[in-house]
Structures are given as C-alpha cells and as structure tokens.
Design a protein around this ligand. Structure first.
Ligand SMILES: Nc1ncnc2c1ncn2[C@@H]1O[C@H](COP(=O)(O)OP(=O)(O)OP(=O)(O)O)[C@@H](O)[C@H]1O
Ligand SMILES: [Mg+2]
Length: 520
C-alpha cells in the first residue's frame, strides 16, 4: 500500500519535471491529457531530447460512490533513467500502469494494461482519535455491569431477609395466635414433617409458659404443671448434673416419626443459661391422671380397661421397637426404663410411654446403635435377668428390645392385679381386685440393689405370682400367658411388642375370645 502510494507520488513528480523540461529542449511531440504544460486539460507537449511519450492509468476511489475508478493520463515523460524505470516498473502494481513510446503523438492510442483492484469495498477508515472513544465505551459497559451485579446482590439479600421474616412470622405468630386446641394444632402441624415443632416455636413456647405447681419428682429432676396460653402442659426441669439425660431425651423426642398416640406427646425443649447455671426444660403434654403407678395405687380397673391399657402400652412399645423404612424413616428404639412410673394414663383410658433419657436408637442401615449403651441402666426392680447378670448380648439390638419386653411384662402384671374380676366369695360372686403391689415387693426392699435382684431372678429364678383366679377370666388368662412368655429367662422366648399388640387388639375386638395366645 505504502509502496503504491510512493510510486504514485514519484510518477506525478516525475511527470511534472518532464512537462517543465519540455519548454527548453526539443524532442518528441506527445498527446497530453491531465498532464499538460500550462495547466491545459488536454493538448500536446514536447519531450526533452531523449525522453518518451507516455500513457498511464491509475485507479482511484470515488468518494461519492466508494468505487475504484480508472483515470487515464497522457503526456511527456521526464528525461533520464528515472523515466525509463517508471515505464518498466509501474505495470506490476494493481490499479496502476504506464506505457511509453518513441514517436510523435504515439501515446494517444496507447492503452496500458493494469491489474484492477480486486475489491471495490473501501477499506475502513481508521480514526486515530477512536481509542479514547472505545475506552469510554468499555468503562461505561463495565460500570453498568458492576452496578447491575451490586443491585442484584442487594435485591437477593433483601428477598432472603424478607423470606426469613415471613417464615418467622408464620412459624410463630400464626401458630401462636390461635386460642382453642392450639397445642393439638401445633402437634398436628409437626407430625406431618415427623421431626417435631420448629425450634423457633419451641423457644417461644418455653418463654411463654407459666409454672403452676410441682406434680412429681424423679431421678433427673422435678416435674411441674404449667400453663401455656390457657392450656396445661407438663414441664420437666432437669437438674444441672443431668444435662446428658435432658440432651438424650430431647434427641429421642425429635426422632423423625416418633409421634404416636401411645408415646408421650413432646412439645418443646429449651435450655436457659443464667448466672445461676443452666436450666434445662422438657415440655410435654400433661396427663392429669398421672403415671400408671400413681393411677393403679388409687384405682382398680375392669378387665375391658385392662385390655385397653395393656394393648396401648404394647402399641407404644411396638412403635418404638419397629423401624419405619424410607428416606425419612424411623429407627428402632429401645426404651430401657419401662416401668409403671414411666407410663402415663390418658383421659381416654389408654396409656402412653414417657421418659426417654436412657433410650437407644438402632440404625439398621449402618448396623450400629447411636450411643454406646451403658449396660446396667434403668430401674433395678424392672431389669431383665440378663441385664442384672450382665450377660446381655449387646451386639444384637433385639436384646435391648427383649429386655424392654421383660419390663413390660411386670407392668402388665401390675395391671392385672388391679383389675376387678368376678369371683365367688361365700357362695356369691363378688368383684375382686388385689392390692396394688410393686413387682417383687415381697422379695426385695423398696430400693433393691443389683445383687438383690440377681439373687431373686437368677439364683431363685423367681417371678411375681400369677393367681389361679386369673385363669378363670378370658382376658386375664390371655394377658397372663403373654406375661409369662415375656418374662421368660431366655430372651429369645419373649414375644415381640408387635405380636403382643396384635394379640391384645384381637382380645379387645372380641368379647368372646376363647383361645389364648397359641391360636392367634
Ligand atoms: N406429662 C406428665 N403429665 C402428668 N404427670 C406427669 C407427667 N410427667 C411426669 N409426671 C408425673 O411426675 C412424676 C415424676 O416423673 P419423673 O419421670 O420425673 O420421675 P419418675 O418417673 O417418677 O422416676 P424416674 O426418675 O425413675 O423416672 C411422675 O411419676 C408422674 O406422676
Ligand atoms: Mg420417669
């Protein structure tokens, strides 16, 4: 490009020199056009002595059309080498050609051949001042992008905040704004998800309860009756040293799908840390009839009630023991402290199981128990022989379930003793029930040691008495058969909770069941 321009410039200069020289020295007369002396458009010129005529073609861009256009010029060539060289060199360039000749007016008919430019498109003009313009555009785009990102980020944050606020509102105020049966609504809401009331609501409830009075005291703390928005709840307040029991019980109650009509309804757990130390609370449904132990001491039951109570205990235990499979399934749970004090009596006559501080969960997929089970836990009076004797097979989770079934059999025995049975006294039938009695109360003291229990269970092989009269009532007979299976020395002989539940449900449904457990 640069070469062409230089050559073009050189041609013009060269031809200019030739026209000036023609005036002083005679040579050839040539036709001239565009290159005439004296500024004429066309005419003739005279070369210097040894020079030549020429005809040249040059392609130039027409600014209006943007196309290349060829302009043909005629004239006299400048003298000397330069002119000859021009005559030879220009023809190899595109858009430019020159042809020379040596006789008067010979150039008029010359048509120099040239290589036309391959494209008629005008090469883009390069603006030397476009760099700051591009820089300005670039920075504008970057600024816009950065602003868009910042605005987007602020908007997302705002949306997240708003969402959290709405969630907090719906999970507290909407739950808490109702007046009637609010707890049932709460529990209903949570049972769908299976993992309990949202923690935020639990905290709110814990803050809002008003303690009314103490209703009981156990190994881990005291139990109080409390009021929450007009409804009664039970609050178990754990002493500081029993923080592990609170933690464990809270964990178990939050087990997915634990909720069941025969498991004490968990409402909330809360931990308050103050200058005086930590206060751990467990809020559950309140059952005004109290524990089965309290109830049986004061009341007798008929055999229909007996079956309902025994069946509901077996139902609660079966729900605990059995896994629920699925992505959000329920693990097997063993209670490890089944006794009449840890079972509550509901107003509909059924029972529910409470106190999960010693419970263990079994993860069947990983084949492991969720905490290292402390072997000799529970209430010594209700301990299974293999627990007392330390021979329990801890490698198998079913051992813990069998130990629960042993304890449950003692609870069933307590129930049977308090059930009223028609029995002839002095020739006429009378409704009779035995006095309330703790299992083995005739064999050990009020707070038996493990050794006391070992002597009774292992050395003497003793079990509570089964009165003959129980065999004369169908329901009592079936239940006493269950009891004897369940307190068997060999854990493998004991019945599973599910089996017991099914048997008792049939007994409940059929008033005239004549056959015992073997026919179920
Ligand atoms: N949800 C409840 N509703 C009504 N009464 C309850 C409730 N929970 C506990 N109680 C009463 O409080 C008493 C004390 O319960 P707690 O579980 O603290 O001790 P315990 O079961 O008697 O003994 P342990 O500490 O060995 O379990 C119970 O016996 C029962 O009478
Ligand atoms: Mg208890």
């Amino acid at each position: 490009m640069l070469l062409k321009r230089d050559l073009g410039g050189a041609l013009t200069i060269g031809l200019g020199i030739a026209t000036v020289a023609a005036k002083s020295v005679h040579g050839l007369t040539c036709y001239c056009e565009h290159q005439c002396p004296g500024g004429q458009t066309n005419g003739t010129c005279v070369t210097s002595r040894y020079s030549q005529c020429f005809s040249s073609v040059r392609e130039e861009i027409n600014d209006e059309t943007g196309e290349y256009e060829a302009t043909v010029s005629y004239g006299c060539l400048a003298a000397g080498e330069q002119g000859f060289l021009q005559c030879k060199g220009g023809n190899s360039l595109s858009g430019l050609a020159i042809q020379c000749c040596n006789s008067d007016m010979c150039n008029k008919d010359l048509k120099p051949m040239y290589i036309p430019h391959s494209t008629t498109t005008v090469p883009p003009k390069v603006h030397n001042n476009s760099v700051p313009y591009i820089a300005f555009l670039l920075s504008l785009v970057i600024c816009l992008l950065v602003s868009a990102i910042i605005i987007g980020w602020i908007y997302l944050r705002y949306r997240r905040k708003e969402k959290n606020r709405l969630y907090a509102l719906t999970s507290t105020e909407s739950y808490i704004s109702g007046t009637s049966n609010l707890l049932q609504t709460l529990i209903g809401h949570s049972s769908g998800s299976g993992s309990g009331i949202p923690l935020l609501v639990q905290r709110t409830i814990a803050k809002q309860i008003r303690i009314e009075r103490q209703i009981g005291e156990g190994r881990f703390g005291k139990v109080c009756l409390a009021n929450w928005r007009g409804e009664h709840v039970a609050v178990k307040v754990f002493t500081t040293i029993n923080d592990q029991s609170w933690l464990r019980e809270t964990e178990i109650y939050q087990t997915v799908l634990l909720r069941h009509e025969n498991i004490l309804g968990f409402i909330a757990a809360d931990l308050k840390v103050s200058a005086g130390g930590a206060q751990m609370m467990l809020i559950t449904e309140y059952h005004k009839r109290g524990s089965l132990y309290d109830f049986l001491k004061e009341n007798t039951i008929d055999t229909t009630q007996l079956v309902v109570m025994a069946r509901s205990i077996a139902s609660g235990l079966a729900h605990l023991h059995e896994p629920i499979n699925g992505t959000h399934g329920k693990p097997c749970i063993a209670h490890r402290d089944i006794k009449s004090r840890n079972i509550l009596v509901k107003t509909n006559g059924e029972c529910c199981i409470a106190d999960f501080a010693l419970a263990v969960r079994y993860d069947s997929r990983r084949n492991e128990i969720d905490i290292a089970p402390n072997l000799r836990v529970g209430t010594r009076r209700y301990m299974a022989p293999e627990v007392v004797n330390d021979t329990i097979d801890v490698t198998s989770f079913s051992s813990f379930k069998s130990a629960d079934m042993y304890s449950a059999s003692l609870v069933f025995w307590e129930l049977c003793r308090r059930s009223r049975q028609s029995w002839p006294v002095g020739g006429s039938p009378m409704l009779q029930a035995d006095e309330y009695m703790l299992p083995y109360a005739n064999l050990v003291g009020s707070d038996p040691s493990v050794e006391d229990m070992r002597v009774v269970l292992i050395i003497q092989g003793a079990r509570p008495d089964i009165p003959i009269r129980w065999k004369c009532d169908n329901r009592l007979r079936v239940i006493s058969e269950i009891i004897q299976f369940c307190w068997h020395q060999n854990p493998n002989v004991r019945l599973a909770a599910l089996r017991v539940m099914k048997t008792l449900r049939k007994l409940e449904d059929s008033e005239t069941l004549e056959n015992g457990i073997h026919h179920v």
